[in-house]
Write a protein that binds this ligand. Structure first.
Ligand SMILES: Cc1ncc(C[n+]2csc(CCOP(=O)(O)OP(=O)(O)O)c2C)c(N)n1
Ligand code: SF4
Length: 295
């Protein structure tokens, strides 16, 4: 019998039955793991799949206080909540919960301002690498070569490095995590919750519907992303970067699983030629090298 996080924590589930998430949805695993780790969370959600899966009014499947807000307003709204609660002496964790569209693209101005002011906010981005709820369009997080409805032959540009953009804001805590390693994600959220100021966690969250992958292998895809070097796990504390144990292990490209093992399990990469895979590998290694400069 499998034991679920709420049972382990002896508290009610934060995401109730009857939600609209697709089978194997990485976002719902990421949400449940993250929000379960927090005491008194208040969650601010802009337009994205997370605002859709909660169900239709008057029903709601989020079991914590939640504010749905326009795309370009998430971190501004969260700033007001965080300051208001502090003024009243109420101890809460104000969370911004966005997709990659709301973090990499639409919504940059709101979080960049809040990060520059070092607002007391935990910003979590579940990254599925495209705009899933509006029909799988490309985003700044879409990797080179991936098919989306607006890149039908594969994206020709590289994926944006949101963590390096965040680093330029000199915020106290940045981490990457994956639904493939929920314990690592849980530990990082717990750590972030103890820190004051703007904190950012990027969570690799496979989307079987948009990636055209088997819903049963969502966690496996998360682990493969790390083991192939596609998605490095690390933390940045006050500007100093440390690769997490599982990524430190595959720092040497020779020790990584072949990238093809990860790509071949997703329909969005099916059309990639060996040249295109080489170009993607080059992007990935370049990002590793740039990150390593911050160690
Ligand atoms: C200013 C604005 N532009 C566009 C939209 C339409 N829209 C709603 S959700 C969405 C995509 C969200 O993508 P992402 O943040 O990656 O979350 P996901 O859908 O993948 O969960 C878009 C383009 C909108 N609501 N507001
Ligand atoms: S489209 Fe993707 S991210 Fe959205 S609910 Fe379905 S599996 Fe989750």
């Amino acid at each position: 019998m499998s034991i679920k996080i709420p049972q382990l924590l002896n508290r009610p589930d934060v995401l109730l039955r009857g939600n609209f998430a697709c089978a194997g949805c990485g976002l719902s695993i990421a949400y449940r793991t993250t929000i379960s780790a927090l005491e008194n969370p208040i969650v601010v959600i802009p337009a994205c799949c997370a605002s859709v899966i909660q169900s239709l009014h008057p029903n709601v499947t989020y079991n914590v206080p939640t504010l749905n807000i326009a795309f370009a307003a998430h971190a501004s709204a969260a700033s007001g909540i965080s300051r208001g609660k502090k003024r009243r002496g109420e101890k809460v964790t104000t969370v911004v919960w966005t997709g990659d569209g709301g973090t990499y693209d639409i919504g940059v101005s709101t979080w960049s301002g809040a990060a520059e002011r070092n607002e007391d906010i935990l910003h979590c981005c579940y990254d599925n690498g495209f705009y899933s709820n509006t029909g799988a369009q490309r985003s700044g997080a879409t990797p080179r070569g991936a098919v989306t409805t607006t890149t039908p032959t594969g994206k020709t540009e590289k994926r944006k490095s949101i963590t390096r953009i965040m680093m330029a804001h000199d915020i106290p805590y940045i981490a990457t995590a994956s639904v493939g390693y929920p314990r690592d994600l849980y530990t990082k959220v717990k750590k972030a919750a103890q820190i004051e100021g703007y904190r950012f966690i990027l969570i690799d969250a496979p989307c079987p519907t948009g990636w055209n992958s088997d819903p049963a292998i969502t966690r496996e895809l998360g682990r493969l992303a790390v083991q192939t070097g596609y998605f490095p796990l690390f933390e940045v504390e006050n500007g100093k970067l440390t690769f997490s144990r599982r990524s430190e292990r595959v720092r040497d490209p020779e020790r990584r699983k072949p990238l093809e093992e990860y790509l071949s399990k997703q329909g969005r990469f099916k059309q990639m030629t060996s040249e295109a895979i080489k170009a993607l590998s080059k992007d990935l290694q370049r990002e590793w090298d740039l990150l390593a400069r911050f160690e």
